[in-house]
Design a protein around this ligand. Structure first.
Ligand code: BTN
Length: 322
């Protein structure tokens, strides 16, 4: 089936929001006969979509395959700008790498997403395990008119957006560990990697990489104590596409909020979801280890840490132990 035909069909079903669309209406939209429509519907079935057909009513989609390709993401995507262009790859070294390559010419809000990453990477060049069909491996390209020093705030905006997306689509509530980890029962389910293409005074692109452990049922031995998935903690598999759609929607909302009203609402939400604030933590920075009480974050997303001598440290980058 031609991808433009598929696009038209899926968009029509998305607009119908679970209601029937008549064969004639679909035929008119595509510009083909009703027999041809029926053939296109069969191709959708072969791709894992389930459709109900009722005489005189037409067709409606009753379930989508749990894939994260453009087709599955388009149905139910409620954004105005983000994710309007989706670059989907079955397998890729790293969505972050792909996003960097296309950032210059890409339109704002472009989403790069893959079913598998063979060389996924995390902060501090650590590897990020990204097995096929089980998680969300995505990078979003934003182009805010801002100076580069504002970029770290986007990690916190994203953490709030992803936390709420997971809560609203799966019913489990992650906590945030500064600066970029989401945890369930003390183990990591999400990492966020914010990278920049910038001149000295302005951002050209921010590339926000998000990895979510969704439907893995087990982890390799070296990760089993520190990583988990939503399915392990919830006891059932969940829809990856729904989580991606909710992330995109929330990210758009909080991005707009940030550009219009600044950081204060996001900061408030971030602090209310964070586990480390008010607690004694250990921060391992490149220059040494600081123990103390996490007081909160500044408007720039910097962690304030008060040591035993009452000295307050600004932590820009560290591994945190709670
Ligand atoms: C971290 O916690 O260290 C950040 C992990 C970020 C992983 C995501 S998965 C999608 C995107 N592509 C990558 O190679 N990394 C990010």
């Amino acid at each position: 089936m031609q991808s433009s035909v598929k696009h038209t069909l899926l968009e029509a079903f998305s607009k119908a929001d679970g209601e029937f669309v008549s064969g004639q209406a679909l035929a008119d939209m595509i510009g083909c006969s009703r027999t041809a429509v029926w053939k296109h519907i069969e191709s959708l079935r072969q791709e894992g979509f389930e459709l109900e057909v009722v005489r005189k009513k037409g067709y409606r989609i009753t379930s989508k395959p749990d894939k994260v390709s453009e087709n599955e993401l388009l149905i139910g995507l409620e954004t105005n700008r983000l994710g309007k262009r989706i670059v989907f790859k079955e397998s890729v070294e790293s969505t972050q790498k792909e996003a960097h390559q296309i950032a210059e010419e890409a339109e704002e809000g472009t989403l790069v997403i893959a079913e598998e990453q063979t060389e996924g990477r995390g902060r501090m060049a650590r590897p990020w395990q990204s097995p096929k069909y089980t998680g969300i491996w995505m990078s979003i390209i934003l182009k805010p008119e801002l100076p580069p020093f504002k970029a770290p705030q986007f990690t916190l905006i994203t953490a709030v957006a992803v936390t709420e997306a997971i809560r609203d689509t799966t019913g489990v509530m992650p906590s945030i560990k500064w600066p970029n980890d989401l945890l369930l029962n003390g183990k990591k389910i999400t990492g966020i990697l914010t990278e920049l293409q910038a001149d000295s005074d302005h951002i050209r692109s921010i590339i926000i990489g998000i990895g979510v452990n969704v439907n893995q049922r087990e982890f390799p031995e070296e990760l089993a104590d520190i990583a988990t998935s939503i399915a392990i903690e919830k006891g059932e598999t969940v829809s990856r596409a729904k989580i991606v759609q909710a992330i995109m929607k929330n990210l758009e909302t909080y991005y707009d909020e940030y550009m219009t009203n600044g950081f204060s609402l996001i900061k408030e939400k971030w602090e209310s979801y964070a586990i480390s604030i008010g607690r004694h933590i250990i921060a391992r920075t490149v220059t040494g280890t600081i123990r103390g009480k996490a007081l909160g974050i500044t408007d720039d997303g910097v962690l304030k840490l008060e040591d035993e001598n009452g000295i307050i440290h600004d932590i820009y980058s560290a591994d945190i132990e709670i």
